[in-house]
Design a protein around this ligand. Sequence first.
Ligand code: PLP
Length: 460
Amino acid sequence: MAQAATELVADFVEGLPDAPATNIDAPGVDLDALLRPPPEEPGDLHGLLATVRDAAAVATEPAGPGYLAFVPGGGLYSSAVAEMVARSLNRYSGFAAFAPALVALEEGVLRWLCATFGLPTGSSGGLLTTGGSMATLTAVVAARQAHLGGDGDDVRQGTLYLSEHTHRCVAKAAHVAGLHPDQLRMVPTTPDLRIDPAAAAAMIAADRAEGRRPFFLVGTAGTTNTGTVDPLPELAAVARDQGLWFHVDGAYGGLFHLTERGRARMAGIEHADSLVLDPHKTLFLGYGTGALLVRDAATLRHAFAADAHYLQDVGDVGSLPDYADLGPELTRDYRGLRVWLPLHLHGVRAFREALDEKLDLARWAYDELRQVPELELPWEPDLSTVVFRRRGPDGADPDTVERLDRDLLARINATRRVFVSSTRIDGRTTLRFCVVSHRTHHDRMAEAVQIVRDAVAATP
Ligand SMILES: *Cc1c(COP(=O)(O)O)cnc(C)c1O
């Protein structure tokens, strides 16, 4: 079985450079046939794997070098190998006592991350989650517990501060954590799309004067829209002065901290009470791997530790945490190996250099696209996201410019060599290159820029 699966995977990985960047409208796909229920009798492995291979081809290709949309997920192969091993071992890692040595491998990665981001040794801690959204939910619940306690009236008075560029998962987490939409406060941003710390401070003070209980301030280390880093030192100061939990969303950008430029841009991140990272984005791993780091691991235990009679035989491993006590999950897959193996196999420098390459590629694309007279690039990239849009002919009305931008996006994606997505900034459609895949190198960026030039030239 492993051999047949490995052949499929090898063909897939080798085909990635030439695979279409998007193939979702492939003709002749019979979804009804694929929806069929499992049969009573056994099937044939080779036939079933062929079905999987064909089904996988009907997709956008996030693992390929041309994926510049949303936030790419490369699916580093060494991580997939680790995953096969971990799934086959199927060790239970919710409580350290069940597999202390394997939990130590996972915990080693988390402690390294805490140290890398300057969180205090000893008291800090973390948890590998399925993604940034679950990490964010875990952080919001821990902060709610620490600042508002379990009393419904106190929870109802809590207020949380974010900006229009904060990822949707924060509002979603607040909703799941039982907060009402009117408890979310939208802090204005400055023209460079960064949250305005002075405005945040004023809103917090005004809410407090009205008897509300401000408890959570979000800064983003690399927004999904534009890769912009919020002013973290100033936000940390506001949170400290006003007694709020300071949360940093680094799901897209945080891991650029491994590079010198990223570290410089993210000064202040060490003040976070909680920090979300997404190894399935910026460590290039397969989907399903997020991380939450917290300044004080006791806050997670306080929010999530639960006892039950059927757990009475579970022992303690003094020096290792029980992950089941740090988040909402009891049973979890043994997530550590898919992060541990790539880091130990390739070494941290390989990741640092790959992330540096993405910063270089984005900078290069920005400089190139700025030379196209029909385009405007109002915001310089902080990290690896480049945003651009049509200037529009002189005196063109907004609808015309909007149509030109949509047309540009369609022409770019019709090449199937790159796949690009758009967002809205200042109420206008704005295209973006998000360079994150470990498989994207200069040749594909040069091609992407040429594709944009050609698409602009082809537009009437
Ligand atoms: C992707 C992203 C998230 C959500 O993470 P998931 O892993 O998709 O759940 C949160 N914040 C930012 C800034 C992101 O880019």
